[in-house]
Write a protein that binds this ligand. Structure first.
Ligand code: NAD
Length: 332
């Protein structure tokens, strides 16, 4: 029997893990708390940990895990920017992830953010509930025939690019490894500056790493069209939030839709409605009428949750049985 401490557990994690179950002998102990330096001690007596996007797997945490005999970090997500992979390797801890659970879920959420911001359906919903049937200040724009820039055309970005092509958009893309399949459907790869200059809507789908940290900053905003729409469902720190605020104030950034935020660890996945939010950047962002924030829910569909639970359980049993898995993440 392999025993796993599951951190940052929400009701939907319990529900989907329990629904999928495992024929293999796996014991899951669910903890509501996130994994960090204060909670790493809870891992005593377990063989592995199961974690999510905002759990802290920095070197000090990994040292505690290693001291407690942990041999596996099972990420129930695709991104692994929160794990010190070198430290894990030094500690002889395997890191496994769920590389693709539903790229469509995240791409569709990016579309939802773009359409909501553009057509202001969230405002119409609130107005009509108050008996306000006015159309004043609800003007949007046709996406049809507009140029859309997609940065990162892996699984999610490729699906988003296909959706945009179906909507009659010109799609420009930037990726270190252009996709021949996307080129075949008319997606045009270009350099970042051309994409910034040409796109009416820019959607970010590349991973967060040293080369993409603050990829969108004051300088990149200066190259974009006035009133551009920026959508980020990837990782918060791709955007320099302070620079985005400046661009919103100047009108350069016309719409901002984010499912991720640089400092989301302190905020997202929690009900803070009775607390004073100390993060001044997000409170300022919330105050803009042309900013739409969701709290990292791009993955939150029943299809994606089913896939996350089943792949995570498979990763755990592969580890227990010593099976070499393509889902293992190694330092580059
Ligand atoms: P993927 O690995 O399939 O694709 C990433 C793409 O980015 C690859 O094609 C890669 O070549 C490209 N890339 C890497 N570095 C780049 C750079 N410097 N500039 C441009 N492109 C670069 O990943 P995916 O499954 O499409 O996921 C993309 C990101 O979405 C993940 O890294 C994760 O951060 C995020 N994500 C968010 C949610 C959510 O709920 N909001 C869910 C899943 C994934």
């Amino acid at each position: 029997m392999i025993s796993i401490a599951v951190f940052s557990t929400k009701s939907y994690d319990r529900e989907f893990f329990n629904k999928i179950g495992s024929e293999a002998p796996v014991r899951l102990k669910f903890f509501d708390v996130p994994l960090n330096e204060d909670t790493a001690g809870l891992t005593q007596g377990f063989d592995g940990v199961c974690v999510f996007v905002n759990d802290n797997l920095s070197e000090p945490v990994i040292k505690t895990l290693a001291a407690n005999g942990i041999g596996l970090i099972a990420l129930r997500c695709a991104g692994f920017n929160n794990v010190d992979l070198e430290a894990a390797q030094r500690a002889n801890i395997k890191v496994m992830r769920v590389p693709a659970y539903s790229p469509e879920a995240v791409a569709e959420h990016a579309l939802a953010l773009a359409l909501t911001l553009n057509r202001k359906t969230h405002k119409a919903f609130n107005r009509i509930r108050e008996g306000n049937f006015s159309l004043e200040r609800l003007i949007g724009f046709d996406l049809h025939n507009k140029t859309v820039g997609v940065i990162g055309t892996g699984k999610i970005g490729a699906h988003f690019a296909r959706i945009m092509k179906c909507m009659g958009c010109e799609v420009l893309a930037y990726d270190l490894y252009p996709s021949e399949t996307l080129k075949d459907i008319g997606v045009q790869y270009t350099d970042l500056d051309t994409l910034f200059k040409s796109a009416r809507l820019i959607s970010l789908h590349c991973p967060l790493n040293e080369s993409t940290h603050h990829l969108i900053n004051r300088e990149s905003f200066s190259k974009m069209q006035d009133g551009v729409m920026l959508i980020n469902t990837s990782r918060g720190a791709l955007i320099d939030t302070a620079d985005a605020l400046e661009a919103l104030k100047s009108g350069r950034l016309g719409y901002l839709g984010i499912d991720v935020y640089e400092q989301e660890e302190q905020l997202f996945f929690q009900d803070l409605s009775e607390h004073i939010i100390q993060d001044d950047l997000i409170t300022r962002l919330i105050s803009f009428p042309n900013v739409l924030i969701t709290a990292h829910q791009g993955f939150l569909t029943s299809e994606a949750l089913t896939e996350i639970a089943s792949t995570t359980l498979k990763n755990i049993t592969d580890y227990a049985e010593g099976i070499v898995s393509a889902n293992q993440v190694l330092p580059s």
